[in-house]
Design a binder for this molecule. Sequence first.
Ligand SMILES: Cc1ncc(COP(=O)(O)O)c(C=O)c1O
Length: 398
Amino acid sequence: MKLAIDGGTPVRSAPWPSWPPPLSPAQRELVGEVLESGNWGATQGSRCAELAAAFAARSAVSYGTAVGNATLGLFAALRGLGVGPGDEVIVPAYTFVASATSVLLTGATPVIVDVDPVDLHLSVPAVEAAITPRTAAIMPVHLAGSPADMDGLTASAVRHGLAVVEDSAQAHGAAYRGRPVGGLGDAGVFSFQSSKAMTAGEGGMIVCRDEDVHSRIWSVCNLGRRIGGQWYGHPEVGWNLRLTEIQAALLLPWLDRLEEEIARRNAFCVAVERELARLPVLPAAGSGDGGPPVTVVPQPPGTTLDSRHLLMLRVNAPVDREFLLAAMAAEGVPLEGGYPPLGTMAALTDAGARVEPCPSAEAASRTVVWLRQSMLMDDPAGASDVAEALARVLARRG
Ligand SMILES: Cc1ncc(COP(=O)(O)O)c(C=O)c1O
């Protein structure tokens, strides 16, 4: 059969769901209310505070601080926990660049460490091998919506006296061993950027359990003021990192439908896994070993709720990657190529990042592709388009 890239008929011509979904009546009403009130800033209205309280409660902790984005949220959390120049912070090699650049903002050194070869989350043995007397914190990333190995990482942190800042940017609503992510470490940070499960275009949320830590993080985000202190009193150095009331009004009603949307994405992911299992196995010779040509990257042990931000697929069949991405896009099933390993980014190493050996992240950058969140909102019947397009494209392989 002729591939779409060669002029054939694409497997899929129907559009995938768009993201964000259309405004809900509740969002229209709340945003309208905020706009009419004229209280657009967090220091004037109460919606940012309401969102922070709701997020903290959902994370099973007491405190939340709404911020302009998660990059700055991670910075504020680290700084609030006392991380600064001379310190090292361990980050996974397979993540978004902001996990590392937030560390650079504090003046500390990101230490880029390998991920687990199977689930692609921060590897506990690799973390242990990278700890030095300068290590101040570990930043687990709940990649693609599934939680990192928090038991293993927390045990390392406790053993070495390190802070844990959970990069939960992709994991709204996810749970680890029955407990919500974000509230498992010393602080957790969520993103509301356009591609995320809850979005206001931009935005972020920091949650934490300890009152002193919260006060320090709040101060970093509020120009060094104290909670309840004077407007022109700045006992600390801080910045204005606040979210707006308009953004909070977009986000608050989302909390009522987050679970339903996660369940919808989950149904699609389960259907993709089922469809992929039906693809003809690879020939036993050569680089293929007789296994399935494409598999879903498994969730780490301990995942009780994967919020399904992305679906990561490992392509076991030998195929030219550029051809795969171009041919799948032509078939109407666009795939994301995913992250380059952070350690290969000259901007980070030029800025002083330390890079540990990262063979698993390097392998992932060659073999793993993603289905993005908006596609996961499709009817589960659409999963057969994913498998059919992969079968067609891999039959030719480029
Ligand atoms: C893992 C991870 N960390 C941090 C960020 C940064 O979030 P933001 O875009 O809100 O600054 C993102 C979002 O893109 C992310 O995916």
